[in-house]
Design a protein around this ligand. Structure first.
Ligand SMILES: CC(C)(COP(=O)(O)OP(=O)(O)OC[C@H]1O[C@@H](n2cnc3c(N)ncnc32)[C@H](O)[C@@H]1OP(=O)(O)O)[C@@H](O)C(=O)NCCC(=O)NCCS
Length: 340
C-alpha cells in the first residue's frame, strides 16, 4: 500500500478502531482458524441485552447449527454488513434473525453467512447476562410474536416520562441559569475519528467510513463536548472556499447537544468555540442555517450575536422545503470584525 493510500480497515484517529468491513474480515479469519474474538459493539439494535460500546466475545460455531435464541454474528442479507442479532426461528432456507430492539427481522440468513455465536458480553469491564439459553429462547418467542417491542415500550415508560419532564424544565430559564451554576465538568476538544463515530451513532447518521471524501473547496473542523469521556455535544466549522459560490465563507454546522445535557451552557460554549476558530482563521463573519421554528436554537443564536440575513441562492431551496414539509429554514449571521 502506498503511504498516501487511505487505510482500508483502520479508521484513523488516536484509538485503533475497525470499520464494519474490517471487523467482518477479521472475524471471518478468526472463525476460520477456530479462534474466539473480543470486539466492541457499535449500535443499539440489541439493547437492552447488548448495548452500544459493550464488548462481546464471538466464538466459532464449529459444526453446530445455530439455535433459536442464540445471538449470532452474521452477514446481513440486504447490505452485506456484519451484525450481531438473535436467531428467532428456523426456516427452510436458513434462520430468521432479528435485533431485540429492531422493528423488523433481517430476513433469512443462510448457514454460510453465519460467522459465529456470542458467548460473552462485558459492560464497563464486567460480564453481563445477554439472554442466553432458555432466556434467549423466550426472548426469541417474544420477538417472533411482536410482544418484545410492546414490553420494551412499557419498560421505557418511566424513562419517557422523566425525559418529558426534563424537556419542560430545560425550557425554563431558571433551570438553565441554575444548571450553569452547577458547573458540570464539560470540556471541548477537537474531534478525532472515534469521537466522530460516537457522534454518528448518537445522531444515527450514516457512517461514511474512512474513505469518505470531501470536495477540495470544503474545509471542515469538528469539535466535541465531553463529560468525563462521554461525547455530549458536537459542532463543525465549515469553510467553503469557492469564490464563485454565493455561500462562500465560514459556516457553523451540525450544532447538537445530547438531550439530557441541554440547558447547561454546552451549546453556547460550542458556538463560542467555533467563532473563536473562525476568527483565528481570518473570518470576518460566520453564518449558519436554522429552522425558524426551532426556538432553543434561534434564541441561542440571538444570544450569541447572530441576526437573520438572506443568502439569495439558498432561498429557492428553503421555499421548496417550506412548501413540501412546512418547515422554513433561515440563515443567521454574526459579524466577527466588530461591525454590525
Ligand atoms: C439548540 C441547542 C444546541 C442548544 O444547546 P444547549 O446546550 O441546550 O443550550 P445552552 O444551555 O447553551 O443555552 C444557551 C441559550 O440557548 C437558548 N436556549 C437553550 N435551550 C432553550 C430552550 N429550551 N428554550 C428556549 N431557549 C433555549 C437560550 O437563549 C439559552 O440562554 P439562556 O439560558 O441564558 O436563556 C440544543 O437544544 C440542541 O442540540 N438542539 C437540537 C439540535 C439543533 O437544533 N441544533 C441547532 C442547529 S443551528
Amino acid at each position: 500500500m502506498a503511504d498516501t493510500d487511505p487505510p482500508r480497515y483502520v479508521v484513523s484517529g488516536a484509538d485503533l478502531s475497525l470499520s464494519n468491513q474490517g471487523q467482518l474480515e477479521l472475524l471471518h479469519e478468526m472463525m476460520r482458524r477456530g479462534l474466539p474474538l473480543r470486539m466492541p459493539v457499535r449500535g443499539s439494535s440489541m439493547a437492552p441485552c447488548i448495548r452500544d460500546e459493550d464488548v462481546v466475545t464471538v466464538a466459532p460455531m464449529d459444526q453446530e447449527d445455530p439455535r433459536v435464541g442464540q445471538v449470532v454474528a452474521f452477514i446481513t442479507p440486504s447490505l452485506g454488513r456484519l451484525a450481531l442479532h438473535r436467531v428467532i426461528s428456523r426456516s427452510a432456507e436458513g434462520w430468521v434473525v432479528r435485533g431485540d430492539g429492531c422493528l423488523e427481522a433481517d430476513g433469512v440468513v443462510t448457514r454460510d453467512a453465519m460467522l459465529g455465536r456470542v458467548t460473552r458480553v462485558e459492560r464497563n469491564g464486567r460480564e453481563v447476562r445477554f439472554g442466553e439459553g432458555r432466556m434467549g429462547a423466550s426472548i426469541a418467542w417474544l420477538s417472533r410474536t411482536g410482544l418484545l417491542l410492546g414490553l420494551r415500550s412499557v419498560q421505557r415508560t418511566p424513562r419517557r416520562l422523566a425525559a418529558a419532564v426534563l424537556r419542560r424544565l430545560q425550557d425554563q430559564r431558571l433551570y438553565r441559569t441554575l444548571g450553569r451554576r452547577w458547573r458540570l465538568r464539560v470540556e471541548i476538544f477537537e474531534a478525532g475519528e472515534p469521537d466522530l463515530q460516537s457522534v454518528r451513532r448518537w445522531l444515527d447518521t450514516e457512517d461514511s467510513g474512512p474513505e469518505a471524501s470531501r470536495p477540495g473547496d470544503l474545509a471542515v473542523k469538528d469539535w466535541v463536548a465531553k463529560h468525563r469521556s462521554k461525547v455530549v455535544g458536537s459542532v463543525q466549522l465549515v469553510f467553503f472556499s469557492n469564490v464563485h459560490l454565493e455561500w462562500q465563507g465560514y459556516w457553523l454546522f451540525s450544532l447538537n447537544v445530547r438531550r439530557r445535557y441541554r440547558g447547561l451552557g454546552i451549546g453556547e460554549a460550542l458556538t463560542a468555540r467555533v467563532a473563536e476558530e473562525a476568527r483565528a482563521q481570518g473570518a470576518t463573519e460566520l453564518l449558519l442555517v436554522v429552522s425558524e421554528g426551532n426556538e432553543p436554537a434561534v434564541r441561542l443564536c440571538r444570544k450569541c450575536g447572530y441576526t437573520q440575513t438572506v443568502v439569495e441562492a439558498l432561498e429557492p431551496i428553503f421555499q421548496a422545503e417550506k412548501a413540501s414539509h412546512g418547515r422554513r429554514r433561515i440563515v443567521m449571521r454574526r459579524r466577527l470584525d466588530g461591525g454590525t
